[in-house]
Design a protein around this ligand. Structure first.
Ligand code: ZN
Ligand code: ZN
Length: 203
């Protein structure tokens, strides 16, 4: 009886589960941005900023317009203190939200040794409230300028400092209005914001 050799072939299937982390950074928490119009800013301006921001940061809503707080009014210069407006907005901001106020009135802060320095916007870095004003804009393309100042101030609240890149939204205005040279966030600022949940979709 021939010796019968039985060969057993064992096949091992290896199921590998790829646990590699996604290359897209995920924000630690989802923060909601609330647009807070102050009476005087137009609905069209608010809608324009909302649409532009939403392409870059999906979690955003619009509050009903409210009056500017008289406590922030600086009668000597007929304008509003931006720091006081931020404090006002901060006191109304829920946990997990950031508020950006939009106004057509002149706003000011203390800067570079000047007690009352007019600005287009102000935001603390980081912070949960900021403010943008159309008052100092050139008459052309006010909507576009408002969007750029708004996204700049929101960048500060998410922790972005000023950026030396001339076309970057985080450029320091240095007392002027360079918004016509600002095109988008630079690569470095984009990388930072994506880690905070921004999507930064271009048109
Ligand atoms: Zn700034
Ligand atoms: Zn930059």
């Amino acid at each position: 009886m021939p010796y019968k050799t039985v060969c057993i072939l064992l096949i091992f299937f290896c199921f590998c589960v790829n646990k590699k982390h996604s290359t897209t950074p995920v924000a630690e928490t989802t923060i909601v941005i609330d647009l807070q119009p102050f009476v005087g800013i137009t609905a069209a301006q608010v809608d324009y900023v909302f649409a532009g921001l939403k392409k870059n940061y999906p979690f955003i809503s619009i509050n009903k317009p409210i009056a500017l707080p008289t406590t922030a009014y600086y009668a000597a210069r007929n304008r509003y203190r931006a720091d006081s407006l931020i404090n006002f907005l901060r006191s109304r901001t829920e946990a997990g939200h950031k508020t950006i106020g939009l106004t057509n009135k002149d706003i000011s802060t203390t800067k570079a040794g000047v007690a009352d320095w007019g600005v287009m916007g102000l935001g603390f870095c980081p912070g949960n409230a900021c403010i943008a004003s159309t008052y100092r804009f050139t008459k052309k393309e006010i909507n576009g300028q408002l969007f750029k100042v708004a996204i700049h101030e929101l960048g500060h609240t998410f922790g972005l400092p000023h950026c030396p890149v001339k076309y970057c939204f985080m450029r320091d205005a240095e007392g002027g209005n360079p918004t016509n040279e600002e095109k988008e966030f630079c690569t470095k600022c984009k990388f930072f914001l994506v880690s905070k949940g921004w999507v930064l979709t271009k048109d």
